[in-house]
Design a protein around this ligand. Structure first.
Ligand code: MRU
Length: 364
């Protein structure tokens, strides 16, 4: 996708895989900076400190983390250590474990001397496939947006509400929730996006609003509690979010606050869709609400805010009385019954075990 008119992906190798480059998302939207990862540890820190984030991009970064590890040493023990280091970075997005398991499957049968080259090819394949899958999600989802536009008698834009950032910055390219928006926009369908700010890390305000702006997609930033009001007043036609892990029964784990948006959408009869590639489905989990692990992050993300001052400096300020206890649950789970459909690279599935198995019969 484009930044200042130039096409970018979120991650790519240079120097035959000796160095991996990423966009440091902690600096956006104020600074667009490419950062180099040279070691396994660099890759692990990039994920845990959220220089990269979003489930598919976390998976892609893990795949390149293995590449960097294999360049340092590719024995079975060194692979296992890299696997454990990367897996420990963030607990909720299943794409992380999916990518590491793919690496184990491909690399372990090979001789040690072959492993770095094979890891590099695998990471590139994972990235290309993610970009293709997200584009397909966009095409399937754009049909839903086009249908709503027709149903509105082609009057006014289709108003989409989204939460967090599930745009191209959360993936290798295109995004999941925002891919349908980009495809519809490119097809000339008028779309407008309500962007939840997404406290505490403000991925909506800092990332979604920025990337939509770069593409010229009309959007409006709102604080997290506005969605219900907009829905009551007919100002939202559909919600589309991403997901960090979707259970085999269709329960959807996503950024904290997604569940409340789904409840409000249900109460107001507004369709609530979720975009995801197959690598985000955790077939081992049959009850997402009960069994998906929810990341808890540092309380300072809640008690402090970071932003750019009038002088152009980045500063952190406290927004609470000193010593205020705070909890920072990073994700919640929306039960399948509140989800209108799962938009995947293969098409749109009902959010249920049967719905998912209908699209992925090889999982029966
Ligand atoms: O904590 P983050 O920024 O990694 O969380 C990201 C989200 O919750 C996204 O909405 C989700 O990953 C979908 S990514 C396409």
């Amino acid at each position: 996708m484009k930044v200042d008119g130039k096409s970018w992906r979120t991650i790519w190798p240079i120097d035959d895989g000796a160095v991996i480059e990423i966009i440091d998302q902690t600096l956006l939207p104020h600074e667009f900076k490419v950062v180099q990862l040279k070691t396994l540890e660099d890759a692990a820190v990039a994920i845990s400190d959220m220089l990269v984030r979003g489930a598919p991009l976390i998976g892609a970064t893990a795949a390149y983390g293995v590449v960097l590890a294999m360049a340092q040493g590719a024995s079975d023990a060194e692979f296992d250590a890299a696997y454990d280091t990367l897996l420990a970075t963030r607990p909720t997005a299943i794409n992380l474990k999916w990518a590491l398991d793919e690496a184990r499957k491909v690399l372990m049968p090979l001789e040690v001397s072959m492993r770095h080259g094979a890891a590099l090819k695998l990471a590139a394949d994972i990235c290309d496939e993610d970009a293709d899958n997200c584009h397909s999600i966009g095409k399937h989802g754009a049909k839903i947006i086009a249908g709503i536009y027709e149903a509105k008698g082609k009057q006014g834009p289709v108003n989409v509400l989204t939460h967090c950032n599930a745009g191209w910055l959360a993936t290798v390219d295109w995004g999941t929730a925002l891919a349908p928006v980009y495809v519809a926009h490119e097809a000339g369908i008028p779309v407008h996006v309500w962007v939840d700010e997404t406290r505490p890390r403000n991925q909506g305000a800092s990332l979604s609003a920025w990337e939509l702006g770069q593409h010229g997609v009309p959007h409006t930033l709102i604080v997290d509690n506005v969605g219900g009001h907009l829905m009551q007043h007919g100002m939202v036609d559909l919600c589309i979010t991403g997901t960090d892990r979707t259970a085999g029964n269709g329960d959807v784990c996503n950024k904290i606050g997604t569940y409340l948006k789904a409840l409000a959408a249900h109460d107001n009869g507004i369709p609530f869709y979720v975009g995801l590639p197959y690598s985000t489905i955790d077939w081992t989990i049959k009850d997402g609400v009960r069994d998906i692990p929810i990341e808890q992050r540092d309380a300072t993300e809640v008690t402090e805010m970071r932003g750019r001052t009038a002088t152009g400096n980045m500063e952190t300020v406290s927004i609470v009385a000193e010593g205020t206890p705070a909890a920072n649950y990073a994700f919640d789970v929306t039960p399948a019954r509140l989800v209108t459909g799962l938009i995947t690279e293969r098409g749109v599935a009902e959010a249920s075990t049967e719905g998912l198995l209908g699209l992925y019969p090889e999982r029966r």
